[in-house]
Design a protein around this ligand. Structure first.
Ligand code: NDP
Length: 454
């Protein structure tokens, strides 16, 4: 049982809190009642306790939290008007909490930094836990500076950098598949694998989030903060046990060995932006005509980045990370393409396709492409697929994140050095794009990408 905790959501009136955090908490409380939790909402705007309770009640119910548990939360939750950049207001907030404080910065990134600076001016409880949202910094230097600032406040174990993409089910499925099977791990290397694709293609377009996305783009929104971490999990050496120390050390090891495939941003990256089109039955406008978009930002909505991991296990294997919006097909997972067999006995008809393993993330599943003998003429070879669903989590990603934070387990949170490594890898590409070294291609919304990308 974890210690009693006071979860303070700074930015209680914001989009993240309403749409993802509180419903996620609802899914957590449905399965783990956590009577020891006190919830406090804080933001600059005036809000009565009743209005806050209404928001909490609705959002927890949306996550499936039973009414009796919602009533328990409502009995102790409250709203406090706080300017988080004011040290004395923060101090008063911390002093008012009945149990170990957890500050969740659901704030604009610049305000989060100011709040952390304000915290350095007051004495905080030694049990203080801090939770930071993405984006964590805007490049390697700012991430490093933010890590240094956080280091003045609490030990690394008490810092939670959120990655809602790498959920517990995805992590455990990947590790279970690789290390609990005799079948896969011996072939998980450059001798057997030709190439790896890690892809999250979304059918969703901007959906009114220009304020954030038009400054981030697909590279920072997805590759830097999520897909490099999935890659590190996919490629890591075997952990001695499943805990944050082992897993995060091994992920850091992979990322430290990672660089652009050709060493040159111009040949290791591609970027594109959607134009008007139809996705399913939805009309999507030209990206640059979406409300709040500044065409001068040249924001990419689709990116492909090819990297390599310079270890003998992964020597020269191209790993392609791709993510985009407003695409015709929502693909989400890892595809491992194996090398062809060295020799097929004479007498078989058809050259077999190389084996493929596709690991789906959300929904979690695995498909293994193998060659089998066709019906009829047994010498005729054909492609077959073995498919199975993998375990999924009943708790939404933000519920899992909150569970880790409340339990004091940073397994799913991004360690500071790992965040910096991810920025180091993408930094030269972002710079080359700024300098116009890589063209910004276009693709029609609802298509599979630019025509010239094959
Ligand atoms: P919003 O702009 O919707 O909300 C920001 C919140 O911060 C508001 O509640 C605002 O309060 C509060 N705030 C601003 N300044 C202060 C201050 N000085 N003191 C106290 N509160 C303050 O942002 P989002 O909710 O969209 O995003 C929050 C964070 O989460 C960002 O870092 C974002 O990148 C990240 N994120 C968001 C996602 C999303 O889908 N929204 C997804 C993943 C990450 P008030 O309204 O009173 O001004």
């Amino acid at each position: 049982m974890s210690n009693p905790a006071s979860l303070v959501i700074l930015g209680a009136s914001g989009d993240l809190t309403h749409r993802l955090l509180l419903p996620g908490l609802g899914t957590l409380l449905k399965l783990h009642s956590r009577p020891e939790l006190t919830l406090v909402g804080a933001a600059v705007e005036e809000m009565g306790d009743e209005q806050w309770k209404e928001i909490v009640s609705k959002a927890l119910a949306e996550g499936g939290c039973p009414q009796a548990r919602i009533d328990q939360v409502l009995a102790t939750t409250r709203y406090q008007k706080v300017d988080v950049t004011n040290p004395q207001e923060l101090k008063a907030l911390l002093d008012s909490l009945p149990s170990d404080p957890v500050l969740y910065f659901a704030l604009p990134p610049a305000v989060t930094i100011k709040a952390c600076q304000a915290l350095t001016e007051i004495e905080s409880p030694s049990t203080l836990r801090l939770t930071l949202e993405k984006p964590f910094g805007s490049d390697a230097q700012t991430a490093h500076d933010l890590n240094a600032l956080l280091g003045r406040l609490v030990p690394e174990q008490q810092i939670f950098r959120v990655d809602h993409f790498l959920g517990k089910a995805t992590v455990l499925n990947l590790l279970g598949l690789r290390f609990a099977n005799r079948l896969f791990e011996p072939v998980w290397d450059a001798n057997n694998i030709e190439r790896v694709d890690i892809i999250t293609d979304e059918t969703l377009a901007l959906e009114g989030r220009a304020g954030y996305y038009d400054h981030a783009g697909a590279m920072k929104d997805m590759i830097q903060s999520h897909l490099l971490l999935v890659m590190a999990m996919f490629a890591m050496e075997e952990p001695a046990r499943i805990d944050e120390l082992e897993l995060r050390d091994l992920m850091a090891h992979v990322l430290r060995a990672t660089e652009l495939y050709t060493g040159d941003p111009a040949t290791s990256s591609r970027r594109a932006r959607y134009t008007a089109g139809t996705v399913g039955d939805r009309e999507v406008p030209n990206y640059v005509d979406e409300e709040g978009v500044d065409p001068a930002n040249e924001t990419e909505t689709l990116v492909e980045l090819t990297v390599r991991i310079n270890t003998s296990r992964w020597w020269d294997v191209p790993i392609r990370l791709r993510s985009g919006k407003a695409l015709g097909d929502g693909r989400n997972g890892i595809t491992v393409l194996f090398k062809p067999v060295a020799h097929v006995p004479e007498g078989f008809v058809n050259v077999p396709s190389p084996n493929v393993i596709s690991i789906g993330m959300k929904p979690e599943n695995i498909a293994v492409g193998i060659t089998t003998n066709a019906e009829g003429d047994a010498r005729d070879l054909e492609d077959s697929v073995l498919f199975t669903e993998l375990g999924s989590s009943a708790i939404r990603p933000y519920g899992e994140i909150l569970q880790g934070i409340l339990d004091g387990d940073p397994l799913l949170s991004v360690r500071g050095d790992i965040a910096e490594e991810c920025w180091r890898i993408v930094g030269p590409v972002v710079q080359a794009w700024k300098e116009g070294e890589v063209p910004l291609d276009e693709y029609r919304a609802g298509s599979s990408g630019p025509n010239n990308w094959k």
